[in-house]
Design a protein around this ligand. Structure first.
Ligand code: GCU
Length: 425
């Protein structure tokens, strides 16, 4: 048996080294960033230089897009012809004290006798025809975004409250309205915006399991998990955003609206990817999207591929695993993801104390994507140095870094609203 004193020293050692490890894990020392060379946005893999929009659209863009599908997020299996049907199961024209229309819609995606059910919650300002609409997933169920007893509880798996990465199968009554600080619905309505939300687990529960969510519906015979270049959860969530949009384009209240994709953190990554894949989204906003979102991989700052792939292998295609040891092996980097959205407006938002998401790397992807925006005559981010805290930029590529931590704050929404008003008029 270990004497008591030794045991205490031993335990103290563990706790000290744990705190050291966790600080080191954050990997947030700007001085440690080594010089790196980004793959050139406007040079084809065969060395050909891209000099026109036509060349970008017909040559380089498809080449880069294919690399993203194959090496990072995974492609959606082709050759499947599912059907999307919808049923409005609840509506009020007097929601939010008479200011809004609330509509709840059950979408069913069916294929080969199997079904995926998606519950859409919609709030629209009453006075505006086809208002611009923010579309964003929530993490814990539709009932969490505002304290409104009429919002039905979802049946699908949700993220367990407070414990990132752990899922549970209960969207609970206790959580009703608990995330209202992230969703300023009343304010959005009074500013003339609508909002559509879905629990992201309706599309794919956030766990390392490819037998649930959308994946198994698109398996070939005897397939049990996606092939090496096929979709992980980020691609699945992006796919889901497009199916929700398919519906919104047919709803008589929203069919001519402008659609703004909004996502925070892991859903910020999915929002960027969805915006790349589907140009019916008029604008994309990625909040604190970090590693595999807006942050430049080659900075090797904050969260790195080794860590994200270890903790969340389900988010990516299996090919992504190759890059755990060295980000420099990737044929692409995240300035290209932003460039693939051009010429549509994109807004990248960082938080000062969110070093794990690498705010400088998030900014730089916008900066290095700028040449493609400029080809279209649009303004991106022209300064290689990040703007000061709380000093937003509203060019076609927009950016802010606010004070505070990882999260969605009122300050963020104020900027998203201003940016949207500026660019959707
Ligand atoms: C984890 C993950 C991040 C992600 C974040 C989130 O921290 O490592 O990549 O952005 O969860 O989704 O909140």
């Amino acid at each position: 048996m270990m004497p008591k004193v030794l045991l205490i020293i031993f335990l103290l050692g563990i706790s000290l080294s744990c705190s050291k490890i966790s600080q080191k894990d954050q990997n947030c020392d700007e001085k440690a960033v080594q010089p790196y060379v980004l793959p050139d946005l406007l040079t084809m893999q065969n060395g050909e230089k891209i000099k026109s929009i036509a060349d970008w659209e017909t040559k380089r863009r498809p080449e880069v897009l294919e690399l993203y599908k194959r090496e990072i997020y995974g492609r959606v299996p082709e050759g499947f012809d599912g059907k999307l049907s919808s049923k409005i199961f609840e509506q009020s024209n007097e929601a939010l004290d008479g200011a809004a229309i609330r509509r709840q819609i059950a979408l069913t995606y069916s294929i080969n006798g199997k079904e995926l059910n998606i519950n859409v919650l919609l709030y629209l300002p009453k006075q505006i025809k086809y208002p611009p609409l923010f579309l964003g997933y929530n993490f814990y169920g539709n009932q969490t975004i505002i304290d409104d007893t009429k919002i039905v509880l979802t049946n699908s798996w949700i993220q367990n409250n407070g414990e990132i990465g752990i899922t549970t199968n209960c969207a609970t009554e206790q959580l009703r309205g608990k995330r209202n600080n992230r969703w300023p619905i009343k304010n959005l309505i009074s500013e003339g915006f609508g909002i559509a939300t879905v629990n992201y687990a309706d599309i794919d529960p956030d766990r390392y399991d490819f037998s649930d969510g959308i994946h198994p519906l698109l398996y070939h015979k005897n397939q049990t998990r996606p092939a090496k270049d096929e979709w992980g959860s980020i691609s699945a969530w992006a796919w889901g955003y497009s199916r929700i949009l398919d519906y919104l384009k047919t709803d008589e209240l929203t069919k001519d609206s402008k659609f703004i994709l909004f996502g925070h953190s892991r859903i910020g990554k999915a929002a960027l990817w969805a915006g790349v894949l589907d140009d019916r989204f008029d604008m994309v906003i990625a909040n604190n999207s970090g590693c595999a979102g807006a942050a430049i991989f080659r900075r090797k700052f904050g969260e790195r591929i080794s860590k994200i792939y270890y903790n969340f292998p389900q988010w990516f295609c299996q090919n992504f695993k190759k890059y755990r040891k060295d980000e420099n092996l990737l044929p692409i980097d995240q300035h290209m993801l932003i460039a693939l959205i051009a010429p549509r407006p994109v807004y990248i938002a960082s938080a000062e104390k969110d070093c794990f998401s690498d705010p400088i790397g998030e900014y730089l992807s916008g900066y290095y994507a700028t040449p493609v925006y400029e080809m279209y005559g649009k303004k991106g981010l022209n300064d290689s140095i990040q703007p000061a805290l709380n000093t937003p930029i509203f060019n076609t590529i927009g950016y802010h870094i606010r004070s505070g931590r990882h999260g969605v704050k009122d300050y963020d929404w104020e900027q998203f609203i201003k940016f949207s008003k500026k660019h959707l008029e």
